[in-house]
Design a protein around this ligand. Structure first.
Ligand code: SF4
Length: 489
């Protein structure tokens, strides 16, 4: 009895070995429930006619978009996304060879395909979400929202303010002047000796590099002036300065937002330049409804999304929200009930009959006026209540530094109170608790399992498409886990 499996190369010469026969062989090796089979099925169910229409009948035949899409989707699902690595895998990895059907595109072909089809990639994300929708998996009765910062493909050193760029520009101009002087001296020496100096070529390269950099700095200064930006990154002008990946360092990056259903499917994913999540609730709900063509009924998110404006939006839309505010933790822990916080505004009782507040000393604060302000960055609508008996109050020094205590109460304060009470209830606690088990694993997987801690592409449009590819990768894995096949739709 033989001890080892026989060497195939000795058994059968590879004469007549064709891509077809190799694919037949690979087909037998890949397990039936392998992710690559699902990727292929999904991609072949997508409408690639708009991409196909972009290619001409003239010239050499190119790779079919379905093959390149399969390679991109599968690559992003397993954490291989650099065009060079993908091209290398199409030569060395039988799963990629199977997806690419034995063709071997070079890295430029893959990267150009990704770059030239950003809009289509975003559309395919929606098409895949709708495959889930047709089977009832993306019932957006409930969604959970969260955001994570992912580093841009740019160095923090290249982010500067106007003064920084102007200083850099003057240094570059000095360097250019020095290089030109050196080149002139070498030119003279060459004329005298009739010999070509090898240094001249290096100087020319240095000159062209510095001239290019100078042009980029001038453009950045122009953009700062036009768009009124205080800081900008020279490499990726859209990347905003923000803390990313739990690090204390502030780096150029993007805020990636995702809306996930109870089944863990990403139904909306966007990369934005605004570091704060507060303004993302409304656009993410609207994106979810657009992608799934269903109304959102319930939403859970962390305190980053808690704001009067968001509570008002949820109330107007009739959406049940489970979103704490920034001070909910203190409220829940009874921090405001402590003696040192006796005069915190939450300990003043509202009397709706007289539209006034009663302070902890039993004195009344009556409505005085309403202050409103609405700018692009901030808006408030406060009712101001003033104490009537504060001047003679013994506790005034503990309550206020002014002569009279004033309470500034946002007119949407009842919405905040309603949200707090809801979150404290058993049902609210349970629903909010689920958030960490549904949305947080998504970013945990993308950042720590597949290693997406930075983007490869630059500029908001490209970064958005790259984030969609990451979301497609997650959704395809989810599809495999849920045993969904596009053929069953
Ligand atoms: S200062 Fe005015 S509001 Fe404060 S405890 Fe005294 S009476 Fe009440």
């Amino acid at each position: 009895m033989a001890k080892f499996k026989p060497f195939h190369e000795f058994q059968k010469p590879l004469i007549g070995f064709t891509p077809e026969s190799f694919l037949d062989y690979v087909e037998t090796v890949i397990p039936q429930d392998h992710l690559c089979r699902l990727v292929k099925e999904v991609v072949f169910s997508l409408d690639t006619v708009p991409i196909e229409a972009m290619y001409s009948f003239l010239g050499q035949r190119t790779y079919h978009p379905k093959l390149l899409l399969s390679v991109l989707f599968y690559g992003y699902a397993i954490g291989v996304r650099s065009s060079r690595k993908l091209a290398e895998r199409c030569l060395s990895d039988h799963i990629f060879i199977y997806l690419m059907q034995c063709y071997t595109p070079d890295h430029r072909t893959i990267s150009d395909f990704r770059k030239n089809n950003l809009k289509e990639i975003e559309k395919y994300f929606v098409d895949i979400v709708r495959i889930f929708s047709k089977l009832g998996y993306t019932s957006v009765g409930k969604i959970y929202l969260d955001g994570t910062k992912i580093k841009g493909n740019a160095s923090a050193k290249r982010t500067k303010d106007r003064a920084g760029f102007e200083k850099w520009l003057s240094e570059i101009e000095e360097e250019i002047a020095t290089v030109l002087k050196e080149a002139e001296t070498i030119d003279k020496q060459e004329d005298d000796t009739c010999k070509v100096d090898p240094e001249q070529e290096a100087l020319q390269k240095k000159l062209s590099d510095r001239t290019y950099l100078k042009k980029k700095i001038e453009e950045a200064l122009e953009v700062m002036k036009e768009e009124g930006k205080e800081k900008i990154n020279l490499t990726d002008r859209d990347a905003n300065h923000m803390k990313s990946g739990g690090s204390k360092d502030i780096r150029p990056g993007y805020n990636c937002q995702a809306a996930v259903t109870e089944s863990g499917i990403i139904v909306a994913g966007e990369a934005v330049t605004e570091a704060n999540d507060r303004n993302q609730l409304k656009p993410m709900i609207e994106k979810t409804e657009l992608n799934t063509q269903e109304k959102v009924k319930e939403v859970g998110a962390d305190s980053g999304y808690g704001s009067y404006a968001n509570y008002e939006y949820l109330e107007e839309r009739g959406i049940e929200g489970y979103i704490p505010d920034d001070h909910f933790r203190q409220y829940k822990s009874g921090e405001y009930q402590k003696e040192e916080n006796r005069y915190h505004y939450t300990n003043f009782t509202y009397d709706s009959a007289s539209d006034s507040y009663v302070c902890p000393e039993g004195k009344r604060l009556v409505y005085w006026k309403t202050r409103t302000n609405k700018t692009d960055s901030r808006q408030w609508n406060h009712k101001v209540y003033r104490g009537r008996e504060c001047v003679a109050c013994q506790k005034r020094s503990l309550c206020t530094k002014a002569k009279v205590r004033e309470l500034l109460i946002d007119i949407r304060e009842p919405l905040l109170q309603k949200m707090r009470e809801k979150l404290i209830s058993d049902e609210g606690r349970r629903k909010y608790f689920m958030r960490q088990y549904i949305i947080e694993p998504v970013f945990g997987h993308l950042k720590f399992n597949v290693g997406y801690r930075n983007f490869l592409l630059r500029g908001l449009e490209k970064v958005c498409a790259e984030f969609k590819l990451m979301c497609i990768g997650w959704n395809l894995k989810k599809m495999l886990k849920l045993k969904i096949r596009p053929a069953t739709v």
